[in-house]
Design a protein around this ligand. Structure first.
Ligand code: ZN
Length: 393
């Protein structure tokens, strides 16, 4: 579909490079072939559940050979930057075994399955509902599988992970509904009615914390989903940051950095020292170095805390047309976008299919942000591109 008035609109500078910070094209596998023909440069592709982890891996493998982009870290990425994580909507399928080793010995028995779902779901479901749910996967196994995937893809991020207070589990498929959309990768809601069952927030936090710690261990950035849970997400970050806060540089330190930055001639010894320190791998951290609050729907007030200079993680905020500009209170997101620093804003489609629709959504949200920030398009698209490159490496 052509944009109405597309001829009247100013040229959109795709040539600068446009990056989707959060999307789900593996939900529609037939759309993957569209990716090389897209105008967007690189898609940050999330995994969310058991059904899509390998699909994200295969998507990267199937698209090799095209143009690659070298990130400031020296990593190169192609059309897809893979991300591996377990979404809060599927967090009930994870069994918290971090304190015991029972499952290693016995596997998950049917009694353990019943006890698990009775504990993590509220209200607790009856046995017939539990029968329709998969055997839960031990958290230790999820973490070691995700670690392996991240090590296989050295530029990969952790995502999509997070907390969601609003969602409820869908009802299981009935026989007459089994004519579900065969184009869609199984596991998502696909228009099923909702059950009354929610996942206990405490359980969601356990699954999220383990994945945030894994991201810190491997120093990978994270894409975080948060619905009606910004305060709890922030509290969890603070728990992981505790004891690692960045210190405000003293006046003497600031003066030293200033003169160092302005001294043109660096001594050979200093350069040599820098080279040596660069080859030493970064030590693991208990928190991710960079965090993106994806489709951020919260108010302006918590931004100060997310962006406190003492936080040892850099927090970014990404926005999508679908989530952020279609709701009832677009003014809230306008205020948030106005309040953010230039260098922490990202754009995303959050779309379940690749292709023209995804390009159009990215263009739309980029134009909206440029208007709100009073950036001209070239300056704005350039800024958004730089922000994405800094976020992912
Ligand atoms: Zn998402």
């Amino acid at each position: 579909m052509a944009q109405p008035n597309s001829e009247n609109r100013t040229h959109f500078p795709w040539e600068i490079g446009v990056f989707d910070a959060h999307c789900h094209p593996t939900d529609t596998l037939s759309s993957i072939a569209e990716i090389p023909r897209m105008k967007a440069t690189t898609l940050t592709v999330m995994a969310t559940r058991g059904e899509d982890q390998d699909l994200v891996h295969q998507t990267v493998a199937s698209l090799t050979g095209g143009q690659t982009l070298v990130l400031p870290s020296g990593q190169s990425v192609g059309r897809v930057l893979p991300c591996f994580g377990w979404h809060p909507w599927f967090s009930h399928q994870i069994l918290d075994d971090m304190e015991k080793t029972e499952t290693e010995v016995t596997g998950v028995t049917s009694d353990m399955k019943k006890a698990h779902y009775g504990k993590v779901l509220t209200p607790p479901p009856d046995d017939s509902f539990i029968l329709t749910l998969p055997d839960p996967k031990p958290l230790s196994q999820l973490i070691s599988e995700t670690r392996q995937r991240l090590l296989t893809h050295s530029a990969a991020l952790v995502g999509e992970v997070g907390l969601d207070r609003a969602f409820r589990l869908p009802q299981p498929w009935t026989q007459q509904e089994e004519n579900r959309d065969s184009q869609m990768t199984p596991g998502s809601r696909e228009g099923r009615t909702l059950s009354p069952h929610r996942v206990q927030l405490e359980h969601q936090k356990v699954v999220l914390e383990a994945q945030l710690r894994l991201a810190g261990e491997l120093r990978r950035s994270v894409s975080v989903h948060s619905v009606q849970a910004h305060g709890v997400v922030l509290d969890l970050f603070k728990k992981l940051w505790s004891g690692h806060e960045r210190k405000k540089p003293s006046r003497r330190e600031r003066a030293r950095r200033y003169s160092a930055a302005h001294a043109h001639a660096e001594s050979d010894a200093e350069e040599e020292h820098e080279k040596l320190t660069r080859v030493v791998p970064d030590p693991p951290l208990p928190f991710p170095p960079k965090i993106c609050m994806h489709s951020y729907s919260g108010p302006v007030e918590p931004l100060k805390q997310f962006l406190n200079p003492s936080n040892p993680s850099d927090v970014y905020f990404s926005f999508s047309t679908v989530i952020n500009f279609n709701g009832r209170s677009p003014q809230k997101v306008v205020d948030v976008i106005k309040a953010l620093p230039d260098d922490r804003i990202l754009i995303e489609s959050d779309l379940h299919t690749a292709g023209k629709q995804m390009d159009d959504l990215l263009e739309e949200v980029a134009r909206q942000i440029c208007e709100i920030r009073r950036w001209d398009l070239v300056q704005g698209v350039q800024q958004l591109a730089e922000n994405w490159k800094r976020f992912v490496c």
